[in-house]
Write a protein that binds this ligand. Sequence first.
Ligand SMILES: [Fe+2]
Ligand SMILES: [Fe+2]
Length: 213
Amino acid sequence: MKQEPHLERRSKGKGPKHGPAGGHSKANGETRHPQGLPEMSPLLTDKSLLRKMARKGFDNGAVTPDYTLDKDTVIGLLNESLATEIVCTLRYKRHYYVANGIKGRYVAAEFKQHAIEELAHADLIAERIMQLGGTPDFNPVGLADRSHAEYFTGTDLHDMIRENLVAERIAIESYRAFIQFLGDKDPTTRSMLESILSMEEEHADDLTDLMKD
Ligand SMILES: [Fe+2]
Ligand SMILES: [Fe+2]
C-alpha cells in the first residue's frame, strides 16, 4: 500500500529514462527520493571510461587513478600504525611473562590474547601497505620512535594494566584521527582501520575491567 504514491508519480510521465541502478539521475532523483541522493560518479555510468581508467597505470596494482590521496602520506601513516602495533605486541608479550601471582595468571592470559590480536593488526596493516605499493617498515632501529604508544618496563601488575590501558587509548585516538583523515577517499584502508579500532576499544574495555578487580 505504501508504494501507491510512488507508482502514481511514475504514471505522470516523470519516471526515469532508463538510467542505471533504478534511475537515480538528478532529473528524477528529487521525485523518487525527496531527501536527495549524492550524484553518481561517471565511473558508474560509463563502462568504457571505467575500463580505460583501470588500464591506465596498471603497474600500480590495486591503486587506481581515482585514488586521490597522497599515497606516500597514507603509507607513512600506516607505517606509524604498524610500529605501534609491533610495540604493543612486544609490550603485551613482556607483560604476559612478567605478570605473576594468583591474579597475575588471570591478567597474563588477557595480555597474551591482546598480544596475539595486536600482531594480527600489524599483519593487516603491512598487507595494506604492500597493496598501496609501499614497504612495511619492520626495522627495529627507531621502532619505539615511530610508534605512537610506548613500551613499558615496569613489573607491578597494576602499573602494567594501567600502562596498557594508556597505550590502547593512544591507539584509539590515533586510529580515529587517521580514519577522519581518510574520509571517503580510501574505503579499504578506512574499513580495515575501523575494524582495528573496534578491537582496540574492546582491549581498553577489558583493561578498564581489570583495573577495577
Ligand atoms: Fe592493535
Ligand atoms: Fe589493542
